[in-house]
Ligand binder design. Sequence first.
Ligand code: NAD
Ligand code: AKB
Length: 314
Amino acid sequence: MAHTKEKVLIIGAGGQIGVELTETLSALYGHENVIPSDLKESGAFTKNTFERLDALDKTALFDLVKKHGFTQVYHLAAMLSATGEQNPMFAWKLNMESLFHVLDLAKEKHIRQIYWPSSIAVFGPTTPQQNTPQYTVMEPSTIYGISKQAGERWCEWYFKKFGVDVRSLRYPGLIGWKSAPGGGTTDYAVHIFHEALKSNEYECFLSENTALPMMHMEDAIRATIEIMQAPADSIKIRGSYNLSGISFSPKEITNEIKKHLPDFSISYNPDFRQAIADSWPKSINDENARNDWGWKIKYDLPKLVENMLANLKK
Ligand code: NAD
Ligand code: AKB
């Protein structure tokens, strides 16, 4: 059931997901009821009241929540897989401490509901890579993945101990045309569209047959809102749900782009992100999300490529 009286705080709203999530939540609850926040104003929010907030500043966060009387917090601020490996101690600090602050807000009943995203990065090289199940071996090899896996356990613990209504999805690599990605291993699948339209060529930092789970941003935002609006008793997993979109390699997405831009060419120059990609699943089994709260994907690869090129051309 949609709550018409939601008052929403988005932390890390200036990033790849936050810009689109702010837009969709504003359409749902009204611009006056959705407050994007981030370290600094990006100019992306013309109709919402923006609040400058460092997610590591617990006092500032609690003051902001009291000021606006938020019911929901979408906590998106994090350091992603590639940048996290460059600055591991700070990635751990940011990803974990900011989550504790938000979980404590709900524990102390200042807010009713939390959304916090996890990632396919919770899996590692010892995980079965095809059709990776919800429950399996999880030995992540990046600090980002370790922080997401620990975060999942903390979310579940706060739910069990204190009844905190926290919901989470293990997003695959997200691909959208409205915002830029912020330091992940799957970022190539956004860059490739921009470069294809700009110069008809792209140098990829992953090798040609590196298949990874991916998803159109529109599907990811819809999944986020669907899980937040689902009845509480349908949410059986309080760590994080597997979420499957599509799976493709750089070579496969290139072939699809070539159907629209026949002269497009790609070259491969794998860097440190190759090892991260190699440690992640190639495809994901999301039957728990489908069974528990009715998740269904909309974009396949041809539709995603057509949509990205059409919108970026505009
Ligand atoms: P992003 O890097 O694009 O955006 C993160 C935002 O957080 C940035 O705008 C940044 O300025 C902000 N931020 C950083 N430190 C902050 C702080 N101390 N206080 C407040 N804001 C701060 O990331 P994204 O791609 O939008 O990802 C959002 C969330 O979704 C992250 O938790 C990420 O792990 C998760 N996720 C993303 C993807 C993806 O493909 N984009 C996939 C899986 C999971
Ligand atoms: C990344 O590549 O780090 C993110 C993710 C899959 O979590 N896009």
